[in-house]
Ligand binder design. Structure first.
Ligand SMILES: Cc1cc2nc3c(=O)[nH]c(=O)nc-3n(C[C@H](O)[C@H](O)[C@H](O)COP(=O)(O)OP(=O)(O)OC[C@H]3O[C@@H](n4cnc5c(N)ncnc54)[C@H](O)[C@@H]3O)c2cc1C
Length: 223
């Protein structure tokens, strides 16, 4: 089952992150923020489902994914490093809980930025970026996906947090309760959109609870 499509292009966005574009399956519809399970149509890999989030908008004529690769795991993302245009993907049905509910603070760790890439694309298209903020946690500057894109789009509302590098203009360490408080003060009822690896999600959820953020203000997806 699933739709077989051709991979159209693969390019590096950072040292370990790829942007893939593929044909859009006929009749596919999805919402910005949603993901889909994908298989490689290649002997030995046809049972290895992996979830990736659309970074294209539903009305675009192709589908796009931004994928962090883990060569040491010898899994699907490692295969994608040598899976050129013309190879086939099997695309399943879209799913996922992150979608835009209203203005707020988007908090991403690493590849957890992908649902927000699509949501911000949609907001930009509709001229509704407004006062939305993005707090993006990475190890180093070299790991930041689409840094100049978000800088241009969000200006001072784009806050980078680097755990393994100290640089002027970048917060250092992990996302802290103080940092969240500083950026939440003027909008107490904002939504908090969270996406990243489970340890980051757990830590941020704890900080938000301590700051009195209600469960109904949190929109999340763990990677
Ligand atoms: C809803 C959803 C949406 C997602 N969207 C995206 C996206 O848009 N972009 C993106 O980059 N990622 C996304 N992810 C994460 C993505 O699915 C995984 O990173 C991807 O499946 C990794 O596949 P892999 O085959 O390379 O490695 P894995 O399947 O993670 O690992 C392959 C094997 O390596 C070993 N292994 C696993 N973890 C480790 C570890 N930490 N250290 C060492 N060995 C390990 C295990 O033996 C495992 O079977 C999403 C996840 C979810 C749930």
């Amino acid at each position: 089952m699933g739709h077989i499509v051709n991979l159209l292009s693969t390019e590096h966005l950072t040292h370990d992150v790829l942007r893939l574009r593929a044909e859009k399956p006929a009749g596919l519809s999805y919402l910005p923020g949603q993901a889909v399970d994908i298989l490689l149509n290649k002997e030995g890999w046809k049972n290895e489902l992996r979830a990736f989030t659309f970074t294209s908008l539903p009305e675009e004529d192709h589908i796009e994914f931004i994928i962090k690769t883990y060569p040491d795991r010898k899994g699907v993302t490692n295969q994608l490093l040598s899976y050129p245009a013309g190879c086939e993907l099997i695309v399943q049905e879209p799913f996922g809980d992150i979608h835009y509910k209203g203005e707020g603070i988007f908090i991403a760790g690493g590849a957890g930025i992908t649902p927000f890439v699509a949501i911000f694309k949609q907001l930009e298209k509709e001229n509704r970026v407004g006062g939305n903020k993005l707090i993006f946690a990475n190890k180093t500057k070299a790991d930041i996906i689409l840094e100049s894109h978000f800088q241009k789009l969000l200006g001072k509302n784009f806050i980078n947090v680097l755990s393994n590098e100290e640089l002027a203009g970048y917060e250092h360490g992990f996302i802290s309760a103080e940092l969240l408080k500083k950026h939440s003060e003027e909008s107490p009822n904002a939504y908090y959109y969270l996406c990243g690896p489970p340890p980051m999600m757990t830590a941020v959820e704890k900080h938000l609870a301590a700051l009195g953020v209600k469960e109904s203000q949190i929109v999340r997806e763990a990677f």
